[in-house]
Ligand binder design. Structure first.
Ligand code: ZN
Length: 78
C-alpha cells in the first residue's frame, strides 16, 4: 500500500515537473516573441535596413524603396 502512494506521489511530481517545463517554454516563447516585435519596430524606424522589400507610400501607393515619397514631398504644403 505504501508503494502505491509512492507511485502516486512520483506521478504527481512528474506532472508538476511537466507543467513547470511547459510554463518555462511558454515564457521563453513569449520572450522571443517580444524580442522579435522589438526588432521589427526598431527596423521600421530605420527603413534603410529593410532592403528588397516592397516599400510603398502610405498616401499614394508609389514605390519608394524605403525612401521618402517624391510625389508627396513635392505636393507637400500645396
Ligand atoms: Zn506618396
Amino acid at each position: 500500500m505504501v508503494f502505491f502512494w509512492f507511485v502516486i506521489l512520483v506521478v504527481f511530481m512528474l506532472m508538476m515537473y511537466t507543467v513547470f517545463m511547459v510554463l518555462v517554454w511558454i515564457a521563453i516563447a513569449v520572450g522571443i516573441l517580444i524580442v522579435a516585435v522589438l526588432i521589427v519596430k526598431a527596423k521600421k524606424t530605420n527603413p534603410r535596413e529593410i532592403a528588397g522589400m516592397d516599400m510603398r507610400c502610405k498616401k499614394c501607393g508609389t514605390e519608394t524603396g524605403g525612401m521618402m515619397c517624391p510625389k508627396c514631398n513635392k505636393t507637400f504644403g500645396v
